[in-house]
Design a protein around this ligand. Structure first.
Ligand code: SF4
Length: 327
């Protein structure tokens, strides 16, 4: 039986951005009406170019940022009603850069047991044993307990970050580009480790990645984001075999970059990514869309149910079919 661990309903997040000298502020809708359900044991990947809203969404799932409107529930509880410490037990992040996410002045043992100290765990005499158990689980020898991050390789540091995230046995792990700062040779080791841990600990992952090869390897479902909306969401195999949204098709055709700061290259997308403060009318993808139709610049598409998810494009809603047939 499936169990919904994450449910987001009509979630928006708006930032007020300066529009320039004497022009006051304008709203930037970083996340614009997102609906999402993630079942226990799933790996949901959020993909899209920089600025599409995936990091803002991840911060809201971590409870670091409140939604402007809408609700987010974790294991059936509204996030805004969960105490900060309880939230840290339920959901933990793993960041992309194990070089900057670990305190260089703290020993590995101290880093991994930090969540136990933060939670005022009542059994400090068990901390070392629990740390060594989780170190074994993530493939770190216990002799590294008193070492420091600068004595470890990049892959070992990411294992420390994963051990720290898992020591309190969270329900959900948000992985933000978990392998992009690592050598190619250790990327697959970390991905395989995350897969093994998911099965062993019955974890649910939300993975943010620019690297579609990583997404194909690890995700069970993919949500493609564009200007704050999920424009296509489906099972991973379906998305890679038969993408439906023109933006997804363009992403899959793009040449991938190993540097996440460069975003997904624009090779197939014509016009540049629009200014999110002044998004295009109608379908916000229309200035870049290879399949744009008459109504696309005027009417925003709404989600259309598909066999394994949904897509948000006039090509798939009933109103567009005559025009598609005529073209
Ligand atoms: Fe392209 Fe129109 Fe579909 Fe938008 S709604 S993705 S512009 S075809």
């Amino acid at each position: 039986m499936t169990e919904t661990v994450i449910r987001a309903t009509d979630v928006t997040r708006t930032f007020m951005i300066s529009a320039g000298a004497f022009r006051g502020k304008k709203p930037l809708r970083a996340v614009n009406g997102i609906n999402l359900e993630v079942e226990r044991g799933e790996v949901l990947a959020l993909v899209g170019e920089s600025g599409c809203g995936k990091t803002t969404l991840a911060k809201m799932l971590l409870g670091l940022l409140p939604p402007t409107s809408g609700t987010i529930e974790l294991t059936g509880q509204p996030v805004n009603s969960i105490h900060r410490l309880e939230m840290a037990k339920l959901v933990q992040p793993v960041f992309q850069d194990p070089y900057s996410s670990l305190n260089p002045r703290k020993s590995i043992g101290s880093i991994i047991t930090l969540p136990l100290r933060v939670q005022n765990d009542p059994n400090p005499e068990t901390w070392r044993k629990r740390a060594e158990e989780i170190m074994e689980l993530v493939g770190l020898p216990s002799r590294l307990f008193n070492n420091y991050p600068n004595q470890l390789s990049g892959g070992q540091r990411q294992r420390v970050a994963i051990a720290r995230a898992l020591i309190n046995r969270p329900e959900v792990v948000i992985c933000d580009e978990p392998t992009s700062a690592l050598d190619v040779s250790v990327q697959s080791q970390i991905l395989n480790l995350l897969q093994d841990l998911r099965k062993e600990l019955n974890l649910t992952y939300v993975v943010i990645s620019h690297n579609l090869a990583v997404v194909e390897h690890i995700a069970t479902r993919v949500a493609v984001m564009y200007l704050g909306r999920i424009v296509e969401q489906t099972e991973t195999a379906t998305l890679f075999d038969a993408p439906e949204h023109p933006y997804t098709e363009a992403l899959l055709k793009s040449v991938l970059t190993p540097d996440p700061s460069l975003g997904i290259p624009d090779t197939q997308l014509g016009a540049a990514y629009p200014n999110p403060v002044n998004p295009p009318s109608g379908c916000t993808f229309h200035p870049r869309c290879a399949k744009v139709m008459g109504q696309c610049s005027e009417i925003a598409p709404t989600p259309t149910k598909r066999p394994h998810g949904h897509v948000e494009c006039h090509l798939y809603d009933d109103t567009a079919k005559p025009e598609r047939a005529a073209s």
